[in-house]
Design a protein around this ligand. Structure first.
Ligand code: NAD
Length: 295
């Protein structure tokens, strides 16, 4: 049986690890937060007192952490003590430079590694239907495939080390920009005295359709159930979206290109977070957009 050490048992990590347990794998987890440890225990995980204790003797180590700094901090405490042939798989969303540094730390010990960030949110993590964007050597990517098939539905190898993170950053730049576009159009539609339900019916089946409108409409009572119907409880927080758009700006600067819409979206979510709304789902950006539109 494959054994897994799983570090970072938050909104995403706990259900992902829970699916591995449900599939019969031997999973030991660790998180610095007691609330997360308790939630993971309830899903059947064995919990260790430290990241090193959770990972020292396993086939695969999975990390699902907030950012690159947390990832590298955890790697510094665990990599030296991992047994030979342990595969490192980071599923967090982190900057490309940190992802490559994590691969380098694994390579220094001759350990295979992959970056495998996800899309699909908490619902996808719970249902085991995530999309994984995988970067790393072909053999390492193939070795983790059975675990990815348990936690996800769509698995795409994007290229070598760091390429999974690079694709993820591009995807989330599209999402951040498109949610603002949808929000602006819906606020405009209301000012034009249109029925938002009819706007949804048309746009979601026309050339304006996109995930932000069709699956995650930022207006309550319009489209399928979404965080807007629960007072914008996340979901995917505005703080995480702001982080990801910051990563896209960093990535753009690293190859000396401008992404004007991405930059504008980054500043909108940054202002939303600064105003104290970072804990809300990112679709609550419609409230911020309303004030920008002087509604
Ligand atoms: P989260 O904040 O709920 O979970 C992160 C967990 O990591 C927390 O429980 C925290 O206590 C733990 N942690 C932090 N530092 C640690 C350390 N040094 N050792 C052990 N545990 C530590 O965040 P999340 O929503 O689960 O997101 C995790 C990652 O997945 C992020 O990189 C995020 O960008 C990405 N992501 C999130 C979503 C989403 O919808 N929430 C979707 C796609 C990708």
């Amino acid at each position: 049986m494959t054994s897994v050490g799983f570090i970072g048992l938050g909104n995403m990590g706990a259900p992902m690890a829970g699916n591995l347990v449900a599939a019969g794998l031997d999973v030991t987890g660790h998180d610095v937060a007691e609330r997360a440890r308790a939630a993971a225990r309830a899903k059947g995980l064995a919990i260790a007192d430290s990241a090193a204790a959770a990972t020292a003797d396993h086939d695969v180590v999975i990390t699902m952490l907030p950012d690159g700094a947390a990832l590298l901090a955890v790697y510094r405490t665990i990599v030296a003590d991992l047994r030979a042939n342990t595969i490192l798989m980071d599923c967090s969303t982190v900057d490309i430079a940190s992802a490559r540094q994590a691969h380098d730390m694994a390579a220094e010990r001759n350990l295979p590694s992959v970056d495998a960030p996800v899309s699909g949110g908490i619902a996808g993590a719970e249902a085991g239907t995530l999309t994984f964007m995988v970067g790393g050597d072909v053999s390492a990517c193939e070795a983790v495939r059975p675990l990815l098939d348990i936690m996800g539905r769509t698995i795409v190898r994007c290229g070598g080390p760091g390429c999974g993170q690079a694709v993820k950053i591009c995807n989330n730049m599209i999402l951040g920009v498109s949610m603002i576009g949808v929000a602006e159009a819906l606020v405009l539609a209301r000012k034009l005295d249109l029925d938002p339900g009819r706007v949804f019916d048309v746009v979601s089946t026309s050339s304006g359709s996109c995930w932000a409108m069709n699956d995650y409409c930022p207006l309550p009572g319009v489209g399928p159930e979404s965080p807007a119907d629960h007072d914008y409880a996340p979901g995917f927080t505005a703080a995480l979206m702001s982080k990801d758009l910051g990563l896209s700006q960093q990535a753009a600067a690293s190859v000396d290109v401008a992404t004007p819409m991405g930059a504008m979206a980054a500043s909108v979510y940054e202002a939303m977070v600064a105003s104290g709304s970072g804990h809300l789902d990112f679709s609550a950006v419609i409230r911020h957009v309303r004030s920008l539109m002087r509604e």
